[in-house]
Write a protein that binds this ligand. Sequence first.
Ligand code: ATP
Length: 394
Amino acid sequence: MANVRLDSIKRRFNNVTAIEDITFEIPDGEFWVLVGPSGCGKSTILRTIAGLETATSGKLYIGDKQVNHIPARQRDVAMVFQNYALYPHMSVAQNIAFGLQMRKVDPKVIQERLMTVARSLCLEHLLERKPKQLSGGQQQRVALGRAIARQPQVFLLDEPLSNLDAQLRDDTRAELKQLHQDLGITTIYVTHDQVEAMTLADKIVVLNRGHIQQIGEPQNIYSQPANRMVATFLGNPPMNILPAKFMDHSFDVSGQVLPCPLVIQEKLRPTAGQGFDLGIRPENIYLNESPRRSPKSERRFPSLKAFQDREHTQQQLGELLVEVKVVEPLGRETLIRAGLPNSGVILNIQTGADVRLHSSDDAFVPQRGERLSLELDLDQLFVFDSATGDRLYP
Ligand code: ATP
């Protein structure tokens, strides 16, 4: 086992810079996940650590040793690829044992490791089969088993679950976490799936366009995203972004008024007309009242003054009218996609299985085109610089 350190690693392919200024250190035994959209450079970083790519510049260390010029097979890392890369003419047992035989490990040790790995990955009854006689999930487990049997200093996993169906993916993800807890081998895992990143990682590295956006523990990245890209990448459904202008103690959001909490005014000292991107997660939006169900005259929307009066005493709420676009019942919860009228801004709203108003027990099914009033929990509001995307608040 070993720590892995990247110091200003850059990789160019002709005139394409795949990764730039990649610097981080993974302590011995930790599980780190590299996450980001397609093409952000995740696989290039992993392949560079494996020795399958050569860094254009920068230094790479495994343990105390700089390994830039050490060939892949001498780096003592095991990589699991998305496409498994099993030897088709070998049985499961031979696939798992092959790497050890090549390293001239004692046959007795090989047999022991084979059986341990087969037991822990439920492969015992499949040892004599060839890869083509296995399901995708079983092949995936063999590829993992082959890597584990090697007992390398570092595991490198490149989207290892992406070919599995949803159920198997969940199960194998849990097995992977358990395996890491049992073996304690430093692991670097590449995915574009933010659920895998959140559930598996000790630390997440969020990448975009070849650059690191943020490194941190999953919950910290979720609650304190460095910028708009990170905020919208982690979280499903993603954080809602509302372009807004500051106007006299409030934000103008596509012509609607959202109170600007005092703490935000004190921290940002915004000027009239200044543009921001406001962020609010779907779980921090409630359904207030439906104009269809509650005639306008009877609605009790708090005024800006009322909002300011109660600001220091209770939850701060802001209200927006939206128009329902799509309702997606997901069993345990329902997602509503709704648009701000006269703008292209779409909000994701997460409700319970039954859609209910914030202060009512009555369930109802919102209809496409229906206008809904939303309450936004302004204590949970994020503010981003609309030009750079950097988080300004909190
Ligand atoms: P994905 O999730 O789609 O696998 P990724 O985040 O792993 O993407 P990389 O495969 O690391 O991304 O690629 C990063 C960038 O480098 C991309 O723009 C890609 O087109 C480019 N790239 C990768 N390999 C090569 C290559 N051999 N030659 C030229 N460009 C390359």
